[in-house]
Design a protein around this ligand. Structure first.
Ligand code: IPM
Ligand code: MN
Length: 360
């Protein structure tokens, strides 16, 4: 029986509790197949040691099969340029391990109340694929600050970066069963091609990639307009591909339409490496009180099982992913044990136990 080594970086704030919850659930689902190694990293570690992502942690992340992360960042722990230290955990992992596709499922689960009227569970089910290694984020730590008067960051769009994230989006659409509205396999390109050459180039490269996918439709939406479409016709979407900053913004809007960031999973994928974490932050105000919902991190763990299963041709992991997602869905649909962010009063440990009980 193969053993998969998982690097876990619990991080800051609610990170440790939601990460441990996911480890408990994944261990319940897959047993000894998964071997978790807890590694240092995050803003608190930076305050203690000066290293937000220690070399030995990075080396372990690079060599192990996958990475599971809780959350990182503490208020007031910033670099001299004003940017937050904690974010460097994922940003360094993203850029140094070239995790070019940030996959963010937007799905309304039974039992979860959407703020959108008229779209029951099953009618909101799409995936945002955010380019994760360039765009406006290419400037992080490299922006120009002239005399404290003029500060600029540059938007970088490359052919290679766009081709590979677009291909990822079309391949994903090919594996899915199409948009809820019409069953059409569809990739929507989110950009601002009407105004900026960089986005016109992004769109043109997506068009080139589309030529190899006759079975998948292509659709375009400007980044401003799509915020309205995501509220008025979410069932139209199947896969949305976007530049880094636009993807960061619309993925939070999408999460808001299906229950919020407490349920928003993410998979940050490169050719050989995968980082899995809830799309929420470290929520230091509720840290250590057993109040946080582990659902986003648990669902990210399911994405990890599915990805590992695909990477290694391991059907038992893919089945484990299905069981974890079904267990979460069953707990939410039953409506007895509901996390606080979804209107209930369940603690982190009560959610964890309820999901594990379903798995048992
Ligand atoms: C996200 C977060 C990160 C980002 C921050 C925490 C670095 O907002 O993953 O969506 O900006 O990508
Ligand atoms: Mn974000």
């Amino acid at each position: 029986m193969p053993i998969y080594d998982i690097a876990t970086i619990e991080g800051d704030g609610i990170g440790p509790e939601v990460c441990r919850s996911a480890v408990n659930v994944l261990s319940q689902a897959c047993g000894a197949t998964l071997r978790f190694t807890q590694l240092d990293g995050g803003a608190a570690h930076y305050v203690k040691t000066g290293a937000v992502l220690p070399d030995d942690t990075f080396a372990a992340c690079r060599s192990m099969h996958a990475m599971l992360h809780g959350a990182a960042g503490l208020p007031g722990v910033t670099y001299p340029d004003g940017t937050e230290v904690g974010n460097d955990v994922h940003l360094q992992l993203r850029f140094r391990l070239d995790l070019f596709a940030n996959v963010r499922p937007i799905r309304l689960y039974a039992g979860v109340q959407s703020p959108l009227a008229g779209f029951p569970p099953g009618r909101i089910d799409y995936v945002i694929v955010r380019e994760n290694t360039e765009g406006l984020y290419a400037s992080r730590g490299a922006g120009v600050n002239l005399r404290g008067e003029v500060v600029t960051d540059t938007l970088v769009v490359t052919r290679k970066g766009t081709e590979r994230v677009a291909r990822f989006a079309f391949e994903l659409a090919r594996r899915r069963s199409g948009a809820p509205r019409d069953g059409q396999r569809r990739v929507t390109v989110c950009d601002k091609a009407n105004i900026l050459r960089s986005y016109a180039f992004f769109r043109a490269v997506c068009d080139e990639v589309k030529a190899g996918y006759d079975d998948v439709a292509i659709d375009y939406a400007y980044a401003d307009a799509i915020t309205v479409h995501m509220l008025k016709k979410p069932d139209f979407y199947d896969v949305i591909v976007a530049e880094n900053m636009f993807g960061d913004i619309i993925s939070d809007l999408g999460a808001g339409t299906v229950g919020g960031l407490g349920i928003a999973a993410s998979a940050e994928l490169g050719e050989r490496h995968g980082l899995f974490q809830g799309a929420h932050g470290s929520a230091p105000d509720i840290a250590g009180q057993n109040l946080a919902s582990p659902v986003a991190t648990v669902l990210s763990g399911a994405l990890m099982l599915r990805w590992l299963g695909e990477q290694h041709g391991d059907e038992s992991l893919r089945a484990g992913a299905d069981r974890v997602e079904q267990a979460v869905e069953a707990v939410l649909a039953a409506g007895q044990i509901v996390p606080r962010d979804l209107g209930g009063s369940a603690s982190c440990s009560e959610m964890t136990e309820a999901i594990c009980r379903r798995l048992r």
